[in-house]
Design a protein around this ligand. Structure first.
Ligand code: ZN
Length: 321
């Protein structure tokens, strides 16, 4: 063999090794979040009808959510809820928080959450004749759950390998709250009853950080930085908006929005950084009979899903210890 041939072979081998090293050092591509899949999961929920606590549709939805999560998670548990109705204490709101966990034995954890129940009355409907009808809750209830069910599937396909466990928690009894300012304090029903009970009964649960998704599917999605999140978990807000910029989720706008009494507040009150991704001002379908799948878009769900993927699998995942 000629000396020139040997030299050529050596160069080729070096190039091959260099290419292999480069390839091995590339970050793994992020799992792909498909908005159309999430949209189908919004429709699957609205097919049950309104998911009002105490109704058969609410109970079949609960069973369906548990079943779906069991397919993908390492463990699914339910926290049954029974909260006396302040208007009539012989009655109670009954429901269940649903908790799906991946690698439940790990101490370091991430929380992804969404409310799953829907409001009994469309008391914000522009037509007074419709204000006693129920809300279908495609966006308010359906959208956050749909994104997280799709994230559950991705967690199954792309398990995390950096020693952090994930909990997807679907909160019940979020949306029965009193909005009428004329109602006396002692008769008011609070919002976010399910997360309040979750925090109360899990005092040692301290995830590193958490994200709550609520009303993230409107066709004209616009998510400013929610007020309580900015005040009590500013570092996490910055990290999520950095992820949004990187994945070009343009619905995430760099301005402060309203402060919303939502499922993240009981966590913030206990010093746990959980932020709320929510459209404010609320979309005009909010608490109306127009909150239907027609007013939710796969593109909006996809933007939010891509941001969650970046936070769970991407370089933004690990903030300061
Ligand atoms: Zn609501």
């Amino acid at each position: 063999m000629s000396r020139r041939l040997i030299a050529g072979g050596a160069v080729l081998a070096l190039v091959a090794v260099a290419a292999l090293v480069w390839w091995l050092r590339q970050p793994e591509p992020l799992p792909e979040f498909e908005g159309s899949r999430a949209y189908a999961l919004v429709e699957a929920q609205t097919d049950f009808g309104p998911r009002i606590p105490g109704t058969p549709a609410h109970d079949s939805t609960r069973a369906w959510l548990v079943e779906r999560l069991q397919v993908h998670a390492d463990q699914v548990v339910e926290q049954r809820l029974r909260i006396p109705d302040p208007r009539d204490t012989t009655r109670a709101f009954e429901g269940a928080n649903i908790i799906a966990s991946w690698q439940p034995d790990l101490r370091r954890r991430i929380l992804l959450a969404a409310p799953w129940d829907t409001r009994a009355v469309a008391d914000n409907d522009p037509d007074p004749a419709k204000r006693l009808r129920p809300v279908l809750g495609a966006n308010d209830g359906g959208s956050g759950v749909a994104v997280l069910l799709e994230i559950a599937r991705l967690l199954d396909l792309h398990p995390l390998t950096r020693g952090v466990g994930v909990d997807i928690v679907l909160f019940d009894l979020e949306d029965a709250g009193t909005t009428d300012p004329a109602v006396a304090d002692s008769l008011r029903i609070p919002f976010a009853m399910g997360s309040e009970m979750f925090v109360l009964h899990n005092p040692t649960y301290r995830p590193q950080w958490g994200i709550l998704l609520d009303m993230v599917g409107d066709t004209s999605l616009r998510i400013p930085k929610e007020g309580y999140s900015v005040r009590y978990a500013p570092e996490l807000v910055d990290r999520v908006w950095a992820a949004a910029r990187r994945v070009e989720a343009t619905a995430f706008v760099d301005e402060e929005g309203a402060a919303v009494q939502d499922d993240h507040v009981p966590f913030l009150r206990n010093g746990i950084p959980v932020i709320d991704l929510i459209q404010t001002p609320f979309p005009d379908t909010w608490h109306t009979t127009e909150d239907t799948p027609a007013r939710v878009s796969p593109e909006s769900l996809e933007q939010v899903g891509r941001v969650v993927v970046a936070m769970v699998w991407g370089p933004e995942a690990d903030g300061p210890p």
